[in-house]
Structures are given as C-alpha cells and as structure tokens.
Design a protein around this ligand. Sequence first.
Ligand code: F2R
Ligand code: MG
Ligand code: MG
Length: 313
Amino acid sequence: MATRQLDRLQGALLGTALGDAVGAPFEGRHGIATREVEAWLASSAQLRWTDDTHMAMTLAQVLRDTDGSLDTQRLGDAFAVAYESEPWRGYGAGPPQVFALARGGMTYLEAAGSLFSGSGSFGNGAAMRVAPVALAARGDVDQAAALAETQARVTHTHAEAVDGAVFVATAACVLASGTGDRAEVIALLPRAADLLPSGRVRAAITEIIDAARAGEDPAAVAHDLGTGVAARESVPAAVAAVLVGEDVTSTLVAAVLLGGDTDTIAAMAGAMAGARYGASSIPDRLLARLEDRETLDELASTLLTQGEPDHTG
Ligand code: F2R
Ligand code: MG
Ligand code: MG
C-alpha cells in the first residue's frame, strides 16, 4: 500500500481519539463560542479521551489479535472487560446493560437486540468507535463495511446505528484514497452513503452533502437536523464538519461548534478528516497533548502492516 494511504488510514484512528478528546469538555452543551474552543486548543492541558476512544482501542486490539477477523462474542467480552476496568470513561447507558445481560448467559447479539423493548439502540456508540475497521481492511470499502456492521451489532442492533457505523468506516476508506480536495470530497462521500439502505441516516447525510454541493452551509443544515446522541443526527453532523473544515484542526472546531454530542461528533469527524488529510498533517502540538498517543500509534501501525507480504530476507 502507498505510504500516503497508510498515513491517511492512521489519521482515521488518531483523528478519532483527538476529536473525542477535543470535544469531551463540551459534550451536552449548545451555543458554544469559537473563542472557548480556540482557548481549549491553545492550552497545554492533556487531551483526555472518553468511551468513544476506549471502545475504538478495544476494537483495534481485538482486530490485531484476530488478524482482522471478528468474532462477536470475543469482541463483546473485550468491550466488557475494558468497561469494567475504566467505567468512568463516560459510557452510554446501553453498552453496560448489554455486558450485564451477556454475563447472565445471553449472546451479545441477543442482549443488544433486547435493548429498548427489543428495538436495539439507535445511539452513535457503534459509529464513534469504528475507525479501526478501516485500518484492518486496509482501505477496502467492502471489507470495512462488513467489519463495521459486525462490530456494531455487538452493542447496537438498530438499523440506524449500524448504518452510521458502516458510513463512518467506508467514508474513511474512500477519503483515504483521494486528494483531500473539497470538490472531490463532495463527489466521494456519496460513494459511502450509497452503500447504505434507504433510511434516515442515508437521507440526512445526503441532505448535508447536497447542501454543500449547492453552496449552502452544511453546518446550518446539521443544526436543523439535530446534533444529539442518535446516529441519525450525529453522523450527518460529523459529515457537515468535514465539509466545513479545511484541515483536521478546523474540522474538529467545526464539529464542536455544532454543540450537542460534541465528543462523538468530533470523534467521527476526526476519523473522516484524519483519513482526508493524513496523520502527518495533524499538528504535533495537539498530538503531544493526546492521552496515550503511543498506544494509538502502535495499534495503527500493527493493523496496517499485519497480513502484508514480508519483503525482508
Ligand atoms: N454517555 C455519554 N454522555 C453522557 C454523559 C457523559 C459525562 N460527560 C460523563 O463523563 O459521565 N456519552 C457517550 O454515549 C454516547 C454513545 O452512546 P451509546 O453507546 O450509543 O449508548 P446507548 O445507551 O446505546 O444510546 C444512547 C442513548 O440514546 C437513546 N436511545 C438509543 N436507542 C434508543 C431507542 N431504540 N429508543 C429510545 N431511546 C434510544 C437512549 O437515551 C440511550 O441511552 C456517546 O455520546 C458517548 O460519548
Ligand atoms: Mg464519549
Ligand atoms: Mg458523546
């Protein structure tokens, strides 16, 4: 694989963690001022991430240990162990319920499907953590889509949650293959949206992309569609941030300014912007503040090189 594409896929994982950490202090707020976000970015405080990255790192570890394949029971057990070790990371209510039901004897798929009176969660928890599948699939859109769906169903069986995860993973893949040019991004994103079945997630993402194509402000459309924890709101909002941003940092600022589920919108926008611009484009001054950046780099490097033909000797 070309060095540039490796850098971009690595950017998807680093962008997730950076977005999560940048957005975390603002989660749940609305009417956030630009100066507040800029002051936070200019500070020297550690950038600590939340459940979004905690789950993404667990997914990355399982993909690493199983050479890119996914077993839902093994992944569910790994998520549960990670949650038990750091329950204070700000998890949504659903995943811990799934872990408890699985401890009681249900499979993870049964447990996740039983939530919310059997409709399953439509939260963004499966989409926020999905970036590692783009690396494990080494940018292959079809493989990333399959892995994204499998990892989603361990905790989120509602079609909108699955669609959100498939979109973020495949968008990262298509963006990693492009130049980063905005007109090209507007042309590439529908390739990921077109993989989704008809539904609210696809419709909202398409509305955001169409607004950008028509010269309207995608952030204004996202604001009208909502920026809450539902995948049908926050995934399109992340797309809007990508279409407003001109590099990784400005994409994350745009994501946080949307308000609502800011850590998660910025994590998903970070996954896509990281794939658009590459890890090497992310300012060192931000990466130096990012919690456990070394482990993120190691995981990215292993996922991107495992299965590569060995050219040594
Ligand atoms: N949990 C949070 N933020 C709350 C406070 C964090 C605070 N800063 C702290 O430190 O404590 N953020 C994280 O949760 C979101 C991801 O959530 P996930 O994993 O999708 O959880 P869940 O519970 O499955 O879904 C979220 C909520 O959506 C509503 N919901 C989902 N499906 C529903 C359905 N079928 N019917 C009705 N409601 C449904 C529920 O209210 C769920 O609890 C991310 O923001 C992450 O950062
Ligand atoms: Mg979070
Ligand atoms: Mg959140």
